[in-house]
Design a protein around this ligand. Structure first.
Ligand code: FES
Length: 120
């Protein structure tokens, strides 16, 4: 395993991402509330460029005392939707929200002297 420098910390502020190529792999590096996550840019469905999709939060709902349903975003910026067919993944775990047995490949990210390095 080797560490590959992919960016300076300030290049990926909270809520942003950077796509990089490391050892022939396309990888999306995300900053979710100050934590970095690296996911292989290959969707579990049909191999689409999942890391290029839209970012949003996890939508949840609750039944109100008057029996109406209220929907709200329980999180912000930690879910990505594949641009090809919309499969949604939780970035910190890499898990598909509809079926958590599907999981994007993750790589460790370390911060050293202001630089982000992906380990693979
Ligand atoms: S390839 Fe990603 S949802 Fe189909």
């Amino acid at each position: 395993m080797a560490k590959h420098r992919i960016a300076r910390v300030e290049e990926i502020p909270a809520g942003e991402r950077k796509l990089v190529e490391v050892e022939g792999k396309s990888i999306g590096v995300f900053n979710v509330r100050g934590e970095y996550h690296a996911l292989e840019n290959v969707c579990c469905h049909r191999g689409g460029p999942v890391c290029e999709g839209n970012l949003f939060g996890r939508l949840e709902s609750e039944v109100m005392p008057d029996k109406r349903t209220r929907e709200y975003y329980a999180t912000e910026g930690d879910v990505i939707a594949c641009p090809w067919h919309g499969w949604e993944y939780e970035i910190p775990s890499g898990e598909c929200l509809a079926d958590r047995t599907y999981k994007l490949r993750k790589f460790p990210v370390v911060v050293e002297e202001g630089a982000l390095r992906v380990v693979l």
